[in-house]
Design a protein around this ligand. Sequence first.
Ligand SMILES: C[S@@+](CC[C@H](N)C(=O)[O-])C[C@H]1O[C@@H](n2cnc3c(N)ncnc32)[C@H](O)[C@@H]1O
Length: 220
Amino acid sequence: MPAAATKSLIQDTISPTAAQKYYDLWGRHYDWFSFFESRAKSRSLELLDLQPGLSLLHVGLGTGKEHEWIVTHIEPDGRAYGLDLSLMMLQVARARLDSSLCQADGGYLPFGHRRFDRLYAAYVIDLIPTSLIPVWLQGFRRVLKPGGCMVLLTLTEGVTVTSRAVVSLWKAAYRLYPLACGGCRPLQLTDLMQQAGFQFMQDEIIIQFGIPSQVILAYP
Ligand SMILES: C[S@@+](CC[C@H](N)C(=O)[O-])C[C@H]1O[C@@H](n2cnc3c(N)ncnc32)[C@H](O)[C@@H]1O
């Protein structure tokens, strides 16, 4: 097994099909999780450095709450595209905003090379099987323009006594029943991103209610 594949901190048990079924069933309630995600999301959106006229791809946009904000910052001169595997999530997002949304797998981006100035994905990579993460990252790099950038947000390892304890509990729950955690487990992505060819990275860990999230800004 290559070193890159060891970066998942616990074993994979969720297939993309299982993830899709889960979010089709429970996705409409996903905004409840903002109690531990909101600060890291705010920081991610800030790092995207959005300006009118940019083109952006949002992978796994979920209920569309952040996508709505993104659209107001770059359209109508620019364009924000959103994709998600779950039809329920797309339905919820479409009720929120009239934008370019499609059903697609983040591992098979239906877009040409060097198409986007920005790519954003929050709490999506952390539910992808570890063996697929390098493929996803290479796809993300493929669709970014030179000079563009990507912001990823994932669950990660704890860095304080409290966050380490919370992550231990999270992993225990995940091992018992991964869908109790929405299929998401903590990751450490920095090395994998470098291996996929991303450069000049900045990363920050933001802890909210004891749950640590990693915000990564990277350039192709
Ligand atoms: C944990 S939720 C995060 C949603 C949103 N990004 C947010 O931060 O609020 C994960 C999202 O990824 C979507 N998803 C799961 N697997 C996917 C895949 N293979 N391709 C695209 N989207 C996927 C789910 O349907 C869900 O909307």
